[in-house]
Design a protein around this ligand. Structure first.
Ligand code: ATP
Ligand code: MG
Length: 327
């Protein structure tokens, strides 16, 4: 069985983009692959975050993973910081990378572009990709399911793995990124040319655990163009195309058949359909999350996951330490 690995940072409330671009894929893959899914809590520290908020986000993230249907019997489900090999291999990867290639990463450029000249750029955001490379390479993962935004980091991971293998002899499996055919980039509802992101709180982001009246309002006031025709054209009609993508993924219906159904329905009617579907989906999810959080399974699941992940990670790190001369 091929191995697959992915994670989400507990940096903020989870969004519909995280669900469609990541979590939904994980559920589909769990029967087909040996799946390692983690909570990337070390990555959450790369930009300032309140400790209380980090704890809450972590609990919500594991609950959402479970509520969406990740089965801890099939999937190794763990918290990154519980497996200290991530930080250790992260350091080795940092030593094996160049400043030039890290400064070319789009996420680094985007996140730092938002800072003013008076802000100091935290080093963590710069070395994010080397920690991410460690996350992946520790487990000999063959495939990495990610949204488009993270693809470049997986490509850098490939470069680092190949570089290490060439220098020290075959050590790492070189992973391949997998992006979903539909929904690899869900955009903001208020600014449909921009990715929906959990660390950017704004009215265009749908949060999985938010009040559904707010969700409905956000969808009904989603930015669109003014020709009132429901057609898929991401260039000319980014707002409507984004809503079509969301509806298509959540209802498992092709864009073509949605277009033939709603092309002349008018934007108001179409948005109402999208709002109904999203709210129904989120309503069910929120109920399950509530049930999970009132039970006591979470700690046990994370502990078992950490033990399994540590077993694999420790073997790989030992090998790396031998190769580089630390052992
Ligand atoms: P942050 O703003 O903190 O970077 P994020 O919402 O981008 O948060 P990440 O933790 O960086 O979330 O990413 C988790 C997973 O969700 C990744 O696989 C990423 O590609 C995917 N993802 C994030 N946002 C979207 C989106 N808008 N559409 C599709 N996939 C997404
Ligand atoms: Mg991100």
């Amino acid at each position: 069985m091929k191995r697959m690995l992915s994670g989400i940072k507990p940096t903020g409330q989870l969004t519909l983009g995280n669900y469609i671009g990541a979590i939904k894929q994980f559920i589909e893959y769990q029967d087909e692959y040996e799946l390692y899914i983690f909570i990337a809590d070390l990555h959450a520290l790369t930009l300032p975050i309140d400790p209380k908020e980090l704890r809450k986000n972590t609990k919500d993230l594991i609950s959402v993973y479970l509520a969406c249907g990740l089965d801890p019997e099939k999937v190794v489900l763990f918290k990154q910081s519980d497996v200290h090999e991530h930080a250790e291999l992260g350091y080795i990867m940092a030593c094996n990378s160049y400043m030039g290639e890290l400064s070319r990463m789009t996420q680094y450029k985007d996140k730092t572009a938002k800072m003013t000249t008076n802000d100091s750029i935290p080093t963590g955001i710069f070395i994010y990709p080397t920690l991410m490379a460690a996350d992946i390479l520790l487990y000999d993962a063959d495939y990495i399911p990610v949204g488009i935004d993270q693809k470049q980091h997986v490509e850098l991971t490939r470069d680092l793995a190949i570089r290490f293998n060439n220098h020290y002899s075959e050590t790492f499996v070189v992973p391949e990124p997998i992006t979903p055919k539909m929904g690899a980039k869900i955009n903001s509802l208020s600014n449909p040319e921009k990715k929906m992101s959990k660390s950017e709180s704004e009215k265009g982001t749908i949060y999985l655990l938010e009040d559904l009246n707010i969700t409905r309002k956000k969808i009904m006031s989603a930015v669109t163009d003014c020709d009132n025709e429901v057609i898929y054209d991401p260039e000319k009609k980014p707002g409507i195309s984004n809503l079509l993508t969301i509806l298509s993924v959540l209802t498992n219906t092709s864009i073509d058949s949605l277009v033939s159904e709603y092309q002349h329905a008018g934007y108001g009617t179409f948005k109402k359909v999208v709002a109904d579907v999203v709210c129904e989906k989120l309503g069910k999810l929120q109920q399950k999350v509530k049930d999970i959080q009132s039970g006591s399974l979470i700690d046990q699941i994370l502990e078992t996951g950490a033990q399994k992940a540590t077993y694999t990670a420790r073997k790989k790190l030992s090998k790396v330490y031998r190769k580089v001369g630390l052992k």
